[in-house]
Design a protein around this ligand. Structure first.
Ligand code: FMN
Length: 190
């Protein structure tokens, strides 16, 4: 749950853009870019879970996936969040931290319970990225009362730069905020 503190100026803008997506699940999908071991970028889609502080967001992932190793080595990440209806893009830079069930059992358990039975199922599957295992198991659902898997990870990203690009006005509106300047807004050429 988010602490009561004043919100950075970009938070209401992001919320407004999210609201325009309505109930569409795509409104919670964002792309996470990491630096891989070979020095090249990797990008993939994750589901936004919640804000844990005014400029810190939470995602969930699997300790067995490549991204966890990449983040352990290079915690600096970038997220790209596209809001189609608002025609807005937010690029968010931050420092990621992986939290294991043993480090914060209460928060991890809460995240696990909040997932739907089908949402939970992927953590019961064989290790992601391994050659396909026909034996599985490949459950479609994991019940509410099932134990939280040891490889569940909360991916907590403390943001230090946010950039918005809004294609609605002419010329397009592009602005950036950084935590180093108390989130002071700077307008940029689009
Ligand atoms: C719509 C969508 C939502 C996804 N949500 C998540 C998620 O919340 N957490 C996650 O770890 N992977 C999620 N994935 C899977 C990742 O995109 C990725 O394939 C997987 O995590 C393996 O990534 P890696 O090999 O780069 O670590 C999602 C994929 C899609 C298409």
């Amino acid at each position: 749950m988010e602490a009561a503190q004043s919100l950075p100026p970009w938070r209401p803008l992001l919320s407004a853009a999210r609201k325009r997506e309505g109930r569409s699940p795509g409104g919670r999908w964002l792309q996470l870019a990491t630096l891989a071991m070979d020095g090249c970028p990797r990008v993939r889609t994750l589901v936004f879970r919640d804000w844990s502080a005014s400029a810190t967001l939470d995602l969930l992932t699997d300790a067995r996936s490549d991204k966890t190793l990449e983040i352990q080595r290079t915690p600096e990440v970038e997220l790209c969040w596209l809001f189609r209806k608002a025609r807005e893009q937010f690029r968010l830079r931050g420092t990621a931290r992986l939290i294991a069930p043993g480090q914060d059992p209460v928060v991890l358990d809460q995240s696990w319970r909040q997932l739907s039975p089908s949402g939970r199922s992927v953590w019961a599957w064989p290790p992601p990225g391994d050659p396909f295992d026909v034996q599985g198991p490949w459950p479609q659902e994991v019940s509410d009362d099932s134990a939280m898997p040891e490889h569940l990870r909360l991916l907590r990203i403390a943001l230090h730069q946010v950039e918005q690009l809004d294609l609605k006005p002419h010329p397009h509106l592009r602005r950036v905020w950084t935590s180093a300047t108390e989130w002071q807004e700077q307008r940029l050429n689009p």
